[in-house]
Design a protein around this ligand. Structure first.
Ligand SMILES: *Cc1c(COP(=O)(O)O)cnc(C)c1O
Ligand SMILES: [Zn+2]
Length: 408
């Protein structure tokens, strides 16, 4: 029903082979037989990853916490302010562990059991480790995670720890952690669950399926999302392509990736019309989930962007934090900094005239606000400490109205 195939040399591998890259070094894709017949009626159950099981490469019982089924919110106030009519947020922070990584991990850990793997492992900027820890616990197998020391938001670290992963913190960045975990998996026979693993992307492509489903089987004009290791943009694009191939939709949205200015190899490659990226050795941004200088899925992401007529753009950390505060205070949607880059990018691209005012746009907010609260306490006004009397309360509420409202 499906096999693995190299995106460069098109060499094929059976679905039960434990392999992450082609012998030529190319990335692998899960490719379904061309005579695969699936229609809307084959999707059963509530909106979720596993509703789309006929298009997922799993044989046995899934390891699941009922991930996906995240809400699609209109954000009319921000849309009006930005100068565009039709904007939605797909809030992936509402997944079981608070990020879209759960979609990839429910699939990836299900596959790990199917392949008889005994231990799972990943490198992570935080959310991947939280998710792997949870699905490892759910599956009853050990998880090993490698993190860049001091650069992981505390909420994510706490999740990895309490869900029982073996947490290693390296004196190095994410790109170095990824190299190490690849070595470890090769030498020890652990199952690698970074997004270089094509099965992870199979779970994540359901973001595209859900968006179409939630829009009444219509396609938006554009998807805007943060890009770090570039797995998600590749996965979502694959999802739209598969829906088109089986005849559920006719068009594919313009895939639009947003990167932080200090970690933007893909945006730079798109700007320069380059066929490949130039890795950055010292990526830096407060949006730690996208603090990645050498995105492993760059090749797939560039294809997604170019084939769909999309683009990639950078935003500054200041623009990211402003967008995060705006989304939280104006629309009531709490996301972590990396996620807010999609809103910051939307604003910038509308101002640049790249996104047209009549486009229907879906911004993917990838992770929940509570993952990463340290800088929130730095940028928001401090709580006003007062005596426990009604006079003091009244004075504080009405006395200094200007500053009280200034953060809204
Ligand atoms: C992992 C992650 C990203 C980046 O996704 P990639 O697939 O690596 O491009 C963005 N935002 C959040 C919150 C994440 O956890
Ligand atoms: Zn190859």
């Amino acid at each position: 029903m499906y096999h693995l195939e190299c995106i460069e040399c098109h060499r094929k591998y059976p679905d039960n082979e434990i392999i992450y890259l082609c012998k030529c070094g190319g990335l692998l894709d899960v490719v379904y037989d061309s005579d695969l017949q699936v229609s809307k009626n084959d999707f059963k159950g509530p909106l979720s990853v596993w509703k789309y099981r006929p298009l997922l490469p799993a044989k046995g019982e899934p390891v699941t916490l009922q991930e996906g089924g995240t809400k699609l919110y209109r954000i009319d106030r921000i849309a009006k302010d930005v100068g565009i009519k039709d904007v939605y947020v797909k809030h992936e922070g509402m997944n079981p562990t608070g990020s879209f990584k759960d979609r990839g991990m429910t699939m990836g850990v299900t596959k790990a059991l199917e392949l008889g793997m005994k231990t799972v492992a990943c490198a992570s900027t935080g959310n991947t480790s939280a998710s792997l820890a949870v699905y490892g616990a759910r599956a009853g197998i050990p998880a090993v995670v490698i993190l860049p020391s001091g650069k992981v938001a505390l909420g994510k670290l706490a999740q990895a720890l309490i869900h029982g992963a073996k947490v290693l913190s390296i004196r190095g960045n994410f790109d170095e952690a990824l190299k190490l975990v690849c070595n470890l998996c090769e030498e020890e026979g652990f199952y690698l669950l970074n997004s270089v693993n094509p099965y992870r992307l199979e779970g994540q492509k359901t973001i595209a399926f859900e968006i179409v489903d939630q829009l009444g089987w219509e396609v938006p004009d554009r998807i805007v999302l943060p890009v770090g290791n570039a797995g998600n943009i590749s996965a979502i694009y694959k999802g739209f392509k598969e829906f088109k191939r089986i005849g559920i939709i006719d068009d594919i949205p313009k895939m639009t990736g947003i990167q932080a200015e200090g970690a933007s190899p893909i945006a730079l490659a798109v700007r320069e019309h380059a066929a490949s990226i130039t890795p950055e050795t010292m990526p830096e941004t407060l949006a730690t989930a996208i603090r990645i200088g050498n995105p492993v899925n760059a090749k797939k992401a560039l294809t997604a962007i170019n084939e769909s007529g999309g683009t990639a753009e950078t935003v500054t950390d200041e623009e990211i934090v402003n967008a995060q505060c705006e989304l939280a205070s104006v629309e009531g949607i709490g996301v972590e900094p990396a996620s807010a880059s999609s809103i910051a990018g939307l604003r910038k691209l509308v101002e640049m005239g790249v996104i047209e005012p009549d486009e229907r746009v879906v911004c993917v907010t990838t992770g929940h606000l509570l993952k990463d609260t340290q800088h929130v306490l730095d940028v928001c006004p401090k709580p006003v400490e007062i005596d426990a009397t009604i006079e003091a309360v009244r004075k504080a509420v009405f006395g200094n109205q200007e500053s009280w409202r200034s953060f809204i």
